[in-house]
Design a protein around this ligand. Sequence first.
Ligand code: NI
Length: 395
Amino acid sequence: MPILNRAAEMQDEVAGWRRRIHENPELNYDVVETAAFVAQKLREFGCDRVETGIGRTGVVALIRGNLGDGGTVGLRADMDALPITEASGKPYASRKPGKMHACGHDGHTAMLLGAAKYLAETRNFRGAVAVIFQPAEEGGAGGRAMVRDGMMEKFGIDRVFGMHNMPGLAVGQFAIRPGPIMAATAEFTIRLKGRGGHAAMPHRTIDPIVAASQLVAALQTVASRTADPVDSLVVSVTKFHAGEAYNVIPETAEIAGTVRTLRKEVAELARLRMQAICDGIGTASGTTISMDFRANYPVTVNDDAQTVFAGDAAAAIAGEGQVHRAIQPLMGGEDFSYMLEARPGAFIFIGNGDSANLHHPAYDFNDEVIPHGVSYWVKLAESAFAARAGGNGAA
Ligand code: NI
C-alpha cells in the first residue's frame, strides 16, 4: 500500500487547515482557537464522540470502525506553538507577533485531522480509533495533563502512537527505534551567596563569580567522569548571571541549565554528583550554594513490539528502504513520554525534507509531507486490530 490516493487528493485541503493554524499560533494551554477549530472539524467529519477540555484544552474524538470489535488505538498530535518571532517570509506567516509554529505542530494537527476525516468516511477497521490533540507540549506537560484527566480510561485506549516531523530527513522517509527515543529532561538553578565588596580589596570579599566559574568547570565532569561512557548524559550550563559594576564584587551569582538522560538512574546519579560538587565548592570558597533540581519530561520509551508494528505501517506506505528502524536516540525531550508511560506504543519521526531546523524562526512545516503522514496514520488504524495475526503487533 503506497500513499493512499485519497490522502494525496486531500493534500490541498489539509494544507489549508495547516496554514490557517499556522497563521494563528497559540502557546501552551492557551490553544483555545486551535482546539475549537479542531473540535469543529471533528464534528463535521461525523466522529462518534468529540470531547473538549481534556487536560484543560485537549480534544479527543472517537471513531468506530465497521469491521467488528477490537480495542482502541490512540493517535496523538500536538497543537501548541512557540514564543518565537517568525522569519519564514511565508504568506501565511504568523499574525501574532512573538508567537509562531516553529516545531511543525500545525502540520501534526492538520495531518491527524486529515486522517480523522478519512477514517470517519471509510471506517474500514476493527475496533475504534481515538484521535488525540494535546495542548502544551513545549514545556507545559499537556500530555501528562490529559493522562491525569483519565483520557486513557475514558476512551478505552489500549495503545498510543505519536509522530513528529524531522528536518533533514527526506520527505517520504520515516525514522524510529525501539526503547528510548527521546531524552528525559531536567532543569537546575544554582544560587551562590558570597560577600560583596570593593573589587580592589578582594581579600575582604567572598567572590561568588570565582566560585560560580569553578562550578561551571566542575560540572563538565559530571558527564565525562561520573556517568558510564555508554550511557547518554548531557549537563549544559545555559545561564550565568552576576554583577553590575566594573569595580564591585557582587554578593550573589546564579547559574542554571539543563540535564538530559536516557535512563532515570543516570539522571539521579547526575543530581547527586551535582549536589556534591556544589557542597564541595561551597566549602572551599566560603560561598553558600543551593541547588534547585527539577525533573521535567521523562524518557520517551518505545515499546519493542509496537515499534515493529509502527515501522511496518511506515514501510507499507513508504517502502522498507525509506524506513530507518534503528536511529540514534535524540537528547531533546517530548511529553508524549507520559502517554507511553500509561500505554504501550511508539513515537516515530517523519521526514520534513531540507527545511530550517525545529525551533528556528525560519522553520516551516513542509506541506509535501501531508499525504505521507495521513497515510501512515490511516495504515496504523486499519492494521491495529486486523483480523489476521500477521505479525502486525496487535496487542
Ligand atoms: Ni515539537
